[in-house]
Ligand binder design. Structure first.
Ligand SMILES: Cc1ncc(COP(=O)(O)O)c(C=O)c1O
Length: 401
């Protein structure tokens, strides 16, 4: 007879990394929130608009046409060429088609980078608060996130570059920089990017650049993107960029992204893709071509809507007692502290149950995040207004925990 194993025994038989990885506080909030009727969800990083038909139709047609086979490991040539054209438009630079690799979401671009550069026990330095999947992806693979808290003082987030550089040791393989940042919206200036580039060049380490929110930038007039490492780095240097279709073109559920890397890494990246997903579905990639080729007006509308939502959220939160935050120059989140709050996860739970509004807890974003909540404000404005009203009414009579 096959012996029955108790759950603890089964769990004891897997790797400690898989067993002990903490839950994402964002996912935890969402999973709880799904069970509570009537909650307005502001926990995850996506808007309310579904993917436009102009991008969805080519994918649906390709599926029906029978594009259901294994495909190019690096992505469809048509999509990679469309990426070259997109980058020429947005960054005014011509890249080679061999610099682009299609992945299953921005997340897999990050995972591929980590698998490629950080071995067992090696480190990647990450400013925090940061999207928790970075630290998670590293720990799962046996490498180590070294978290460097940013400062929040006088209503402003700043990154002390000396602290960032001091965290680099002989075990460090990369500095990961997410700009504009999730969750705080902090956006690196060209001078800061240049200092990081120069430091990484001197130390011979990689830059892991996450610019997935680059287009959601509310900086100077007429600027259509945030400053980028692509403005200052050479074609074939130690720069790996993770990007995604998710945010710009309302395609979070598609799980398609891309990785931009030196050409020489092509065979290595292809092998990593082979053993992880064996490629991104070809029919989905047809929709991504349409997003790149026809999606500029939609993206411009999304960014304008995000700016309006940001201003609305800022206006409503500003009047509330005990709340502080920086008006974020980029991305689509508001990261705000509540005076007296020491357990953001418990407060998020109470807000879901009692106020029917769903935020993400600051604690999940690593050192410097506790005491804050994150809201994604890229929502239908009436819903956003209603959610902010619920929060304000809750705060009048309750105290955070
Ligand atoms: C900073 C950051 N990078 C990467 C991603 C990955 O996006 P996706 O895997 O949905 O394409 C996200 C998603 O929330 C993010 O916030």
């Amino acid at each position: 007879m096959i012996p029955a194993f108790r759950p603890e025994q089964v769990l004891a038989a897997i790797t400690p990394q898989a067993r002990d990885e903490p839950d994402s506080g964002i996912v935890k909030a969402a999973m709880h929130g799904f069970t509570v009727p009537g909650v307005i969800p502001l926990w995850s990083g996506e808007g309310t608009a579904p993917t436009p038909e102009a991008f969805a139709r080519p994918a649906a047609e390709a599926l029906l046409r029978g594009e259901t086979f294994y495909t190019w490991q690096r992505g469809l040539p048509e999509l990679r060429q469309a990426l070259v054209r997109y980058h020429a438009r947005v960054f005014g630079r011509s890249f080679d088609v061999e610099n682009f690799f299609v992945t299953s979401g921005g997340m897999q671009a990050i995972q591929t980078i980590v698998q490629m550069v950080a071995g067992d026990g090696e480190e990647i330095v990450i400013p925090t608060p940061a999207w928790p999947n970075y630290a998670g992806a590293l720990r799962i693979l046996g490498s180590r996130p070294v978290e460097v808290p940013m400062d929040f003082a006088n209503g402003r987030w700043t990154l002390d570059l000396d602290c960032l550089f001091d965290a680099v040791t002989p075990r460090t393989r990369a500095i990961a920089l997410n700009s504009p940042s999730n969750p705080v919206g902090w956006t690196a200036s060209l001078e800061e990017l240049t200092a990081i580039r120069d430091f990484c060049r001197r130390r011979g380490i990689w830059i892991l650049a996450d610019e997935v929110y680059a287009r959601f930038y509310y900086g100077g007039k007429g600027e259509t993107r945030a400053p980028s490492f692509l403005d200052i780095c050479e074609d074939e240097e130690r720069l790996l960029l993770a990007n995604t279709f998710s945010k710009n073109w309302a395609m979070t559920g598609w799980r398609v992204g891309w990785l931009q890397a030196p050409r020489a890494l092509g065979p290595a990246i292809e092998r990593i893709i082979q053993v992880n997903t064996s490629g991104t579905p070809a029919f989905l990639q047809r929709g991504c071509v349409a997003a790149l080729e026809e999606g500029d007006p939609f993206l411009a509308e999304q960014v304008a809507a995000a700016r309006r939502c940001r201003d609305l959220a800022v206006d409503r939160l500003r009047g509330l007692p005990g709340i502080s935050f920086e008006v974020p120059p980029g991305a689509f989140y508001l990261f705000f502290s509540i005076e007296g709050m020491t357990d953001s996860a418990a407060t998020v739970r109470r807000l879901i149950d009692e106020a029917k509004v769903g935020f993400a807890p600051g604690s999940t974003f690593g050192p410097g995040g506790e005491g804050f909540l994150r809201m994604c404000y890229l929502k239908d404005t009436r819903k956003l207004e209603e959610a902010l009203g619920r929060f304000a009414r809750w705060l009048e009579v309750h105290s955070p925990v």
